[in-house]
Design a protein around this ligand. Structure first.
Ligand SMILES: C[S@@+](CC[C@H](N)C(=O)[O-])C[C@H]1O[C@@H](n2cnc3c(N)ncnc32)[C@H](O)[C@@H]1O
Length: 213
């Protein structure tokens, strides 16, 4: 975490990165799900690329491509990659509502589905599923819509991020578990949905959809 923090370009990120990596269980969970794969990773909505740097520090060797529509974050991630000296890391700017890089391997989508309408979520999941190679996985973390207190705290947290300008967008629609089963199941993937609360108050879940080898 200290090494990743030192790579950060913006002063705020030097404090944010270790706090986020140290408190959020998703990076460890994604790393475990990717264990043993030799396929590359596409990280959609990568932000400043924390997952990519975490994976490299954990010894993950395949190529990693990050994709995000926030150009300053992509610029930070690219400069961090250069500073790190790691090979096989690249970052691209683009809007996942309208495009996604040509790719075949594992796809990761952490915490961006709430910025999409239901129709856009379904379109994004289908684009992502089409990029999952045989033997690969689509790994998603999202807050799920239900009637829990955790869900209400999740919504408040996303609005806080928007109002403090950390996120460009406000939350639009939260998916429910059934969306993943129906859309990704129909794309030929085997889907698992489980809580990923860690020590957080949020209603986060991990969705892992695998394509048979
Ligand atoms: C909550 S952050 C998560 C960042 C990163 N996945 C992580 O876990 O560290 C959500 C990210 O999704 C990006 N994002 C939101 N809507 C997007 C879109 N339509 N296309 C590409 N990226 C998007 C934001 O710019 C932001 O970096």
């Amino acid at each position: 975490m200290r090494r990743i923090s030192r790579l950060c370009v913006r002063l705020w990120d030097r404090f944010y990165a270790p706090a986020k990596l140290g408190s959020d269980p998703v990076y460890g969970a994604a790393t475990r799900e990717l264990e043993g794969t030799s396929l590359p990773v596409l990280d959609v909505g990568c932000g400043i690329g924390l997952l990519a740097f975490y994976l490299r520090e954990a010894g993950f060797k395949p190529d990693i491509t990050g994709f995000d529509y926030d150009a300053p974050k992509i610029d930070s991630a690219s400069r961090m990659a250069t500073r790190s000296g790691h090979s096989g890391l690249s970052f691209q700017t683009g809007d996942a509502r309208t495009s996604m890089p040509d790719f075949s391997g594992n796809v990761v989508i952490l915490d961006i589905l709430q910025f999409f309408t239901r129709a856009e979520q379904e379109a994004l999941l289908r684009l992502a599923a089409a990029r999952v190679a045989p033997g690969g996985a689509l790994i998603i973390r999202s807050g799920l819509r239900d009637d829990s207190r955790r869900f209400r705290i999740t919504v408040a947290g996303d609005w806080f991020a928007k109002l403090t300008f950390w996120m460009k967008a406000a939350p639009v629609c939260y998916p429910d578990a059934a969306l993943f089963q129906s859309v990704l199941g129909s794309e030929g993937l085997t889907v698992r949905v489980e809580p990923l609360w860690g020590g957080t108050p949020f209603n986060n879940h991990l969705v892992v959809a695998r394509r048979q080898p």
